[in-house]
Write a protein that binds this ligand. Structure first.
Ligand code: SF4
Length: 352
């Protein structure tokens, strides 16, 4: 597979959760957590996915792994897991796969979760935790111990850790154990859901550096979900910005930071703490909170909070369109308005 080929092609993906009421659990509406999202994740890249809490980014990440029921749309994934290691990779629709085929695909796709304290079973030894995917997917029993020792070394831990329990490790070490478990079966794709946000700042940088090293070593492709723009800037080759169930901008980091095209991206950038205490910068916090995904505003979902909104924004949904240099934006007015970004690239973890 070549570097710029899509490993995953997502088309019009929707995840709507029913809202029920009363004893008969009558459906009275739907939470539109993901509402018609289309984008590609390229082989070998880290695609950062950012947005405020409640924008649907975690649900989107889980939908790609079929960890939540998908309402509509397609997730085409290039793999040879269904046809043998020697076969040419082909595209399969994860949404349509049955349980048996999905189990084969799960060798190839993994997840790293936010909370290293609750994502590891406290009653299992580290050997059992890392060995679980090996056991489930039929890795030879006599080679498992050596494989677990290798994995612990790969993530910077001593193999003697295998006899111990999660409670004996710090947050950063637990996240390393979670990463060892994620790469145990040599996956191609890892969905990383806020992998460093529960950690101290100094440990965050170590975990992100480890992820970058492993990406290079194993040619991994990451979807990196974070509310923290500095984190996605650090690892991301491209960044997708999500607002209320939709992608509103997608771009490589430098262009997105220096010259955002969507007013929501501008607002997110303006909310980042400035690393230079001497520098003064006008902060423009967004008015109000994220509207309810049960009853989102018509037209552009962002219009009630957008200082550039005009009548058309309330009536017509902007489509995600090409904006040159591989950038995508969903805004009626992106060509007319001049937005403010950062004028330099920051030390990415200086103020996380
Ligand atoms: Fe603002 Fe209108 Fe663009 Fe939406 S479409 S971001 S409301 S200018």
């Amino acid at each position: 597979m070549n570097q710029s080929q899509p490993l995953m092609a997502i088309t019009d993906l929707k995840v709507h959760f029913p809202v029920t009421k009363g004893l008969l659990r009558r459906t009275i509406g739907h939470v539109k957590a993901v509402d018609g999202v289309s984008f590609d994740i390229l082989q070998g890249e880290t695609l950062g996915l950012v947005g405020e809490s409640g924008c649907g980014k975690t649900t989107l990440g889980r939908a790609l792994l079929k960890l939540v029921p998908v309402t509509d749309g397609h997730v085409m994934y290039r793999t040879n897991s269904l046809s043998g290691d020697k076969a040419e990779p082909r595209s399969v629709d994860i949404v349509e796969l049955n349980e048996k085929d999905m189990k084969k695909i799960r060798r190839d796709i993994a997840a790293i979760f936010q909370d290293p304290f609750s994502s590891l079973n406290p009653r299992m030894t580290i050997a059992d935790i890392i060995g679980e995917p090996l056991r489930v997917h039929g890795y030879p029993k006599d080679g498992r111990r050596d494989r677990i020792a290798d994995l612990l070394k790969t993530v910077g831990l001593n193999p003697s850790a295998m006899k111990r329990y999660p409670v004996e490790f710090s947050g950063g070490q637990r996240q390393r154990i979670g990463i060892a478990r994620a790469v145990a079966l040599q996956p191609s794709f890892i969905m990383c859901d806020e992998p460093s946000s529960a950690l101290d700042v100094s440990v965050q940088a170590q975990v992100l550096n480890l992820m970058a090293d492993l990406q290079e070593k194993f040619q991994l492709t990451y979807l990196l979900i974070s509310h923290n723009l500095a984190v996605v800037e650090y690892l991301g080759h491209r960044i997708a910005v999500m607002y209320l169930g939709r992608i509103v901008e997608l771009s490589e980091p430098k262009a997105l930071y220096i010259q955002p095209l969507h007013p929501y991206t501008e607002a997110l950038l303006s909310s980042i703490p400035f690393p230079d205490p001497e520098a003064r910068r006008k902060k423009e916090p967004l008015p109000g909170g994220v509207p309810s995904p049960i009853n989102p505003p018509p037209g552009c979902h962002f219009h009630p909070r957008c200082k550039y909104a005009q009548q058309i924004c309330q009536q017509e949904t902007p489509v995600l369109q090409e904006a040159g240099d591989g950038r995508l934006v969903a805004c009626h007015r992106w060509q007319e308005i001049e937005l403010t970004g950062f004028s330099f690239m920051r030390n990415p973890l200086s103020n996380t």
